[in-house]
Design a protein around this ligand. Structure first.
Ligand SMILES: [Zn+2]
Length: 253
């Protein structure tokens, strides 16, 4: 039976799982430059080391990621370069920039079509994105990106949805959500935590605003940031008995 024609499978009773085998290909669809590094870089770096072909898709240009009076006219260019450097550190092969305006991302059919095209082109075994159902989520881009990515996974598998996109339909084996309130997949990132911190440090334009690092010589700021990322990894791993982890919610695809 064509699973796409069957009733939607409920996943409330999905058993929690640790450390899946590295997939052949993986794609993270995120709202901003630096989101992949906060949420998936530990897992993707681990998979990449095992041969997974990894792709980041960044929906917005990150052009609002600065304080007043501190805005580089070319901030979007700077952030694109930083994201490429961060991807290199994690061993992620390609970064696709959709260049929508930061802060104004909407889950439109136009965005969904663009994501469908990217998913069908790269044909990832697993897609990972923001959990749009997380309660009290403030940033609209994260919410919109999560919905757009989930909706795109559905359309990408339907051969009659946008056949003019010129590519065969593709159904990923897995769809994972990060920042979930109810994670059921846990990836041990003990071997890649340092890479994750290095990848995050590649986002130099975000040092002051997001990372809390004043400048190159701010050793205390760097150590404090690394400590916060480590503690966050500990919290994500705690329920699974892992020292440091990235946690996800798997949905049926
Ligand atoms: Zn973000």
């Amino acid at each position: 039976m064509n699973r796409a024609l069957g009733p939607e499978q409920l996943d409330d009773d999905m058993e929690p799982g640790l450390d899946i085998a590295a997939p052949k290909s993986a794609m993270a669809i995120c709202a901003h430059p630096d989101d992949p590094d906060f949420f998936v870089s530990g897992t993707f770096a681990k998979w990449a080391a095992s041969g997974t072909v990894c792709t980041y898709v960044v929906c917005t240009d990150g052009s609002k990621g600065a304080w007043e009076g501190d805005t580089a006219t070319n901030l979007a260019d700077v952030r694109r370069a930083e994201q490429r450097d961060a991807a290199d550190i994690a061993g992620v092969e390609s970064v696709v920039f959709l260049d929508r305006e930061d802060g104004f991302l909407r889950n439109t059919l136009d965005l969904r079509r663009e994501l469908v095209t990217v998913i069908r082109a790269h044909r990832p075994e697993i897609v990972v994105t923001h959990d749009p159902w997380r309660r009290w989520r403030l940033h609209p881009d994260h919410r919109e990106c999560g919905f757009a990515a989930c909706d795109a996974v559905v359309s990408a598998r339907e051969s009659l949805a946008w056949p003019d996109a010129g590519m065969r339909a593709h159904r990923p084996d897995r769809l994972w959500l990060f920042e979930s309130e109810a994670p059921n997949r846990f990836e041990d990132i003990a071997s890649t935590l340092e890479l994750k911190i290095s990848a995050l440090l590649a986002h130099r334009s975000q040092w002051k605003t997001t990372l809390g690092i004043a400048a190159d010589g701010d050793t205390a700021g760097r150590e404090s940031f690394a400590g916060r990322i480590t503690e966050w990894g500990r919290r994500q791993g705690r329920t699974a008995g892992l020292a440091v982890a990235e946690a996800f919610r798997e949905m049926s695809v």
